[in-house]
Design a protein around this ligand. Structure first.
Ligand SMILES: Cc1ncc(COP(=O)(O)O)c(C=O)c1O
Length: 405
C-alpha cells in the first residue's frame, strides 16, 4: 500500500462531497408520501394490534413475494406476518421450528449480532460456522459437515449483504438431514426465494433496501405456523387468553403506513439501487486485479456494497478513508467469535471440525480461516441512492490510490 504521506499528497486532487462521506443514507418515503396513510389512521383510530394498514401491507408484500415465487402449485402458498423488527422475526421463526433451551443452532460467523442474539433469546446455543470463501456465507456443504460431527437442531443461513441464497439447496439439505432451516434474508426482501420447507425472515430497518424505520417479516408456506408466529408476537394470546409463551413483536399502524408508502415507491427504490450498482460495476473495472466484487451481487437489490481487497489491508484503507472523508465500513466484521459477548460460543470450521468454548483467539484464528481471511480483506464502500456517477468515480479513483500495487 502507498504510504500515508503519499495518500495525503493525493487528497487535494479529489473533489469529495457529503455524498461519499456517508456510507449509507436511507431511502425512505417523505412525510408527504406517508400522509395519506396517516390520515387513514386518524379516521380509523386504530393504532396497533393487527389493524387495517398492517393487513393491507401484509397483503401487498404477499403479492410482491408471490409474483416471483415458484409457479409449481405443489410449492404451496406464500404466507407471512409483519412484525416489529427483523430480530424478532428471527427469534419467533426459531421458536416455530422448535428451538428452545438445550438446542443448538448453526449460523455463520460473518453476520450481524442479531443472529446469535435471537438464538440466545430462545434459550438455545448458537454454534458459529466458518463461511465459504467464494460466497462469503454458510453453505449447505458446510452445514452438512458440521451436522455430521456435532449436534445441530436448526440452521440459520444468512443471505450475506443481501445476496439471496439458493433455496433448492437448502430444501435438499433439510429433506436429507431432517434439520429445519430459517433463512435470515434481512436485506434480501423480494429477491430471496421462499424454500418449500422452512422459514424466511426479513428486516425492514431503515438501512435495508425496503426500509420503513423498524420492522420485520416472517414468511413460510404453512399458514398454521405463521398464525402461531402472529400469536407469539401478541403475548401468546388468542381471545385475550395467553396460551403459549409470547412477546410483544407486533407492527404498529404507523410503521405499516410507512410500509405502504414505501411500497408505492418500491419500483423506483429498486431502480435507483440497481443503477448505482451498475455504475460501480462499470467504474470499478479499473480496480480489477486488486479488488473483487461480491459474487452474485447483481442478484441483490443492494443496500450496501462490499469489496474484497486482494491484500489484507481493509482496516488500513478504512482508516485512510476516514482521514480522506470517505465513508467506508466493515459491516458484519469482525467475525462474531471476536465479539466479547460471543467469545465463548462453539465454533466449527468449514470441514466440520469443532472448537469447544475456552479456545483462545489464536486457536480460533487458525481454525476459522475463511472468516479470518474476510476479516482482513472485506471493505464496504459508500452506497446510497443520493450518490451521483461523479461520486462513484471519486470513490473508485481514491481506492485506486490505496490498493494499486
Ligand atoms: C443479517 C441481519 N440479520 C438480522 C438483522 C436484524 O434486523 P432488525 O434490525 O430489523 O432487527 C439485521 C439488521 O441489520 C441483519 O443485518
Amino acid at each position: 500500500m502507498r504510504s500515508q504521506e503519499l495518500e495525503v499528497a493525493l487528497r487535494p486532487r479529489l473533489t469529495l462531497n457529503a455524498a461519499v462521506g456517508s456510507y449509507l443514507i436511507p431511502d425512505l418515503p417523505t412525510a408527504d408520501e406517508i400522509l395519506p396513510y396517516l390520515r387513514r389512521i386518524d379516521s380509523a383510530r386504530w393504532y396497533s394490534n393487527f389493524g387495517p394498514l398492517v393487513s393491507e401491507f401484509e397483503g401487498r408484500l404477499q403479492a410482491l413475494i408471490s409474483a416471483r415465487d415458484d409457479p409449481n402449485p405443489q410449492a404451496g402458498r406464500v404466507c407471512l406476518t409483519a412484525l416489529a423488527t427483523g430480530h424478532q422475526a428471527l427469534e419467533i421463526g426459531l421458536r416455530l421450528l422448535g428451538i428452545e433451551g438445550g438446542k443448538r443452532v448453526l449460523l455463520p460467523a460473518v453476520t450481524f449480532s442479531a443472529c446469535p442474539l435471537a438464538v440466545l433469546q430462545t434459550g438455545a446455543q448458537p454454534v458459529l460456522a466458518d463461511v465459504d470463501p467464494r460466497s462469503w456465507t454458510l453453505t449447505p456443504r458446510i452445514a452438512r459437515e458440521a451436522a455430521s460431527r456435532t449436534e445441530i437442531d436448526a440452521i440459520m443461513p444468512v443471505a450475506a449483504y443481501g445476496v439471496p441464497l439458493l433455496t433448492p439447496e437448502w430444501d435438499d439439505f433439510s429433506r436429507d438431514t431432517g434439520i429445519p432451516v430459517l433463512i435470515d434474508a434481512a436485506a434480501a426482501i423480494e429477491t430471496q426465494g421462499l424454500p418449500r420447507r422452512g422459514l424466511v425472515a426479513h428486516s425492514l430497518h431503515a438501512t435495508k433496501p425496503f426500509g420503513i424505520g423498524e420492522g420485520g417479516i416472517l414468511a413460510g408456506r404453512e399458514a398454521e405456523m405463521i398464525a402461531k408466529g402472529r400469536q407469539y408476537a401478541n403475548f401468546g394470546m388468542i381471545d385475550r387468553i395467553t396460551r403459549t409463551m409470547g412477546t410483544n413483536a407486533k407492527m404498529s399502524e404507523y410503521h405499516a403506513a410507512t410500509g405502504l408508502a414505501q411500497m408505492d415507491r418500491w419500483t423506483d427504490v429498486k431502480r435507483r439501487r440497481r443503477q448505482l450498482l451498475a455504475l460501480y460495476i462499470d467504474h470499478a473495472k479499473i480496480l480489477f486485479g486488486s479488488v473483487t466484487l461480491q459474487p452474485s451481487i447483481e442478484e441483490a437489490i443492494p443496500s450496501s456494497l462490499m469489496l474484497r481487497l486482494h491484500e489484507p489491508i481493509a482496516d488500513a484503507v478504512l482508516a485512510a478513508g476516514k482521514r480522506a472523508g470517505i465513508g467506508l465500513h466493515r459491516t458484519y466484521l469482525p467475525p462474531l467469535y471476536r465479539h466479547p459477548c460471543f467469545a465463548n460460543l462453539v465454533v466449527v470450521n468449514s470441514a466440520g471440525s469443532v472448537l469447544l468454548p475456552g479456545a483462545d483467539i489464536v486457536q480460533k484464528e487458525l481454525h476459522m480461516t475463511n472468516s479470518e481471511t474476510l476479516f482482513g480483506h472485506l471493505l464496504g464502500v459508500p452506497f446510497h441512492p443520493f450518490m451521483s456517477e461523479a461520486d462513484v468515480i471519486n470513490v473508485v479513483e481514491w481506492l485506486r490510490t490505496q490498493v494499486a500495487a
